[in-house]
Design a protein around this ligand. Structure first.
Ligand code: FES
Ligand code: MG
Length: 579
């Protein structure tokens, strides 16, 4: 514990529940005794909520029931009192139509769970894509000391002498299967070999991107995001989270002291240097807005132009996976490499600065974590486009697409729904050339609904059989962080609310100019006006329930897709419960 604790047993948040000699506190203490705890076990001690996004259907968090025990051990060693609080397990593998529909539900649940219970600090256990931003967004708003425990990546995939990467190799071998190059037996082998242990996707997909961002923000123990889930170091990290959060409570080290403008800038730089998932854009902006930090698409584009991609991890990198990244020194080593570009005075959950946390960090394999003089790609991972197709922006991952498409002009092939697109793609006689620009609309936050990861539109079978593996694709959807290809995503405003993508017709010429960051349809304004006058809004997707609320309040992609009323500045903060 630091020399001068700011909190005392009497000023702990939980003492409002357990301290007073009144009837309500009698009730709270009596119910703790019903749970089997003596007063000296919980009274006057930091109560640590362990917010655990485990479920039997979250394949990436299968080790969390064990890790909770490690966290509890750490909390108890440091003199705190741990309580496990199950939180919505937003899993990427099974949730339909898309996990993104539920990120904000998790964020709300976390905020309200903390606010309504006697918790002095929290350990947030997540990792599978949306769990990271969901947990962090809710905890930022709740404002108690927090530490993030990342699930860690799974081991490398493996089959028949080949290394397999989550997602990326599924898409790759699926194309080969459609081309007739893979037998049933091989396909089954790949199915069993591509996800071999607990943990999150082991490419630099959304999970690894978001945990790296959380690490760079200073919300995890330094470098924690790189430790493979199956490594015993992951258990030791978990118990250290337990020990550290207790001290953070005494120090009153709250997230607002950590999550400054500079911290978000650091995180964005590190995201670009790692070859981050395009989803980083949406979640970074949403988290920043919760923290009261103004981070925009243009800020991210500017950082993207000047930050080289140095993590040689698939899919943006060519050769390696997260396990290799860990052995090469992990995120601490990468941050050390980038130290001159970071604001190293930012405070972190350790109570020390980023600079102090990076002391002694080293790169052990400079082909995995490249020096700035020999990057994987000269610019960062993401670029933001604007033009008459996307006045509020769109996102592309230049390093992950065939350079032949960086400047491209071709006729649009437009689909209004995923089933329509799927049927066409599977038609071996589809009239399509590699110059065509495939477009899927009604796939955004409201249209999808929920902003699904449909943006890596499959290459039509007709082209796959001719040997083509990339083409320019545009949608208002997201794509998986493990995806790749010339895919323009997050077109804003989305077509479902009348964004200009709604006006595009098959045969219109579309032009992408990546170096100049533009995306346009070459259709004159008078014609677009006519089409706009003819456009009728589609029927809402939901009449009731969560989807109804989601549709009423979700913001567009460029604003982070939080709910308008959850963002900082929407009315007075709820504050603490009064009685
Ligand atoms: Fe959970 Fe990819 S499915 S991280
Ligand atoms: Mg994913």
């Amino acid at each position: 514990m630091s020399a001068k604790p700011k909190k005392t047993p009497d000023t702990l948040r939980s003492s409002r529940w357990f301290g007073p000699d009144d009837l309500r506190s009698f009730g709270h203490r009596s119910r703790m005794m019903q749970l089997g705890y003596a007063e000296e076990e919980f009274r006057g001690r930091p109560i640590i909520g362990i917010l655990n996004t485990w479920s039997d259907l979250n394949s990436c968090h299968g080790h969390f029931p064990e890790r909770v025990k490690d966290v509890k051990r750490g909390v108890q060693m440091a003199g705190g009192f741990p309580v496990e609080m199950p939180s919505l397990s937003v899993d990427e593998s099974f949730t339909k139509p898309t996990s993104m529909l539920y990120r904000n539900m998790l964020a709300m649940e976390v905020e309200e769970t903390i606010r309504s219970h006697p918790l002095d600090g929290v350990v947030l256990m997540g990792g599978c894509d949306k769990t990271t931003p969901g947990l962090v967004m809710g905890a930022i708003t709740a404002g108690v000391p927090m530490i993030y425990l990342p699930a860690g990546p799974m081991l490398r995939g493996h089959y028949a002498g080949k290394i397999l990467g989550s997602g990326s190799d599924a898409w790759k071998y699926w194309d080969e299967r459609r081309a007739g190059n893979i037998s049933d037996e091989e396909w089954l082998g790949i199915q069993g070999g591509i996800a071999r242990s607990v943990g999150t996707c082991m490419t630099m997909g959304t999970a690894s991107t978001m945990t790296a961002i959380t690490d760079a923000l200073g919300l995890t123990l330094p470098g924690a995001s790189s430790i493979p889930a199956a490594d015993s170091g992951h258990q030791r990290m978990s118990s250290e989270c337990g020990r550290r959060i207790v001290d953070m409570v005494w120090e009153d080290l709250t997230p607002d002291q950590i999550l400054t403008d500079a911290a978000f800038r650091n995180a964005a730089i590190i995201a670009m240097a790692t070859g981050c998932s395009t989803n980083a854009v949406v979640h970074l902006i949403a988290m920043a807005r919760r923290a009261g930090v103004d981070l925009t698409l243009d800020d991210l584009d500017a950082l993207g132009r000047t930050t080289p991609l140095v993590a040689n991890v698939r899919p943006a990198g060519k050769d390696y996976l997260m396990e290799d990244f860990f052995y090469a020194g992990g995120l601490r080593a990468l941050m050390k490499q980038m130290e001159e570009r970071l604001e190293t005075s930012c405070l972190t959950v350790t109570g020390k600065t980023i600079g102090e946390n990076l002391e002694g960090a080293e790169v052990y394999n400079d082909d995995v974590i490249r020096p700035l003089s020999n990057p994987v790609y000269h610019e960062g991972s993401l670029a933001v486009l604007r033009g008459n197709l996307c006045p509020d922006g769109a996102v592309i991952k230049p390093a992950a697409c065939d350079p032949a498409y960086h400047v491209h002009e071709g006729p649009a092939l437009v689909f209004d729904s995923y089933p329509e697109m799927k049927a066409a793609v599977n038609d071996p006689d589809l009239d399509v050339t590699p110059d065509h620009v495939m477009v899927l609309r009604n796939a955004g936050p409201l249209g999808g609904p929920g902003f699904p990861e449909w943006g890596m539109l499959p290459i039509p079978t007709a082209l796959v059989r001719q040997g083509h593996r990339d083409m320019l694709r545009i949608s208002d959807a997201r794509m998986s962080g493990t995806s790749y290809g010339a895919c323009v995503l997050h077109v804003a405003p989305e077509s479902f609310v009348g964004g200009p993508l709604a006006l595009l017709k098959t045969g219109d010429i579309v032009r992408l100019d990546l170096p100049n960051r533009t995306l346009d349809m070459l259709v004159d304004e008078a014609e677009l006006e006519r089409r706009r006058a003819d456009w009728t809004p589609p029927e809402p997707k939901f009449q009731r329930g969560w989807g109804h609320m989601f549709s009423k309040h979700v913001t567009q992609a460029d604003k982070g897709c939080d709910f308008d009323y959850l963002e900082r500045g929407h009315g007075e903060a709820a504050g603490e419960p009064e009685i």
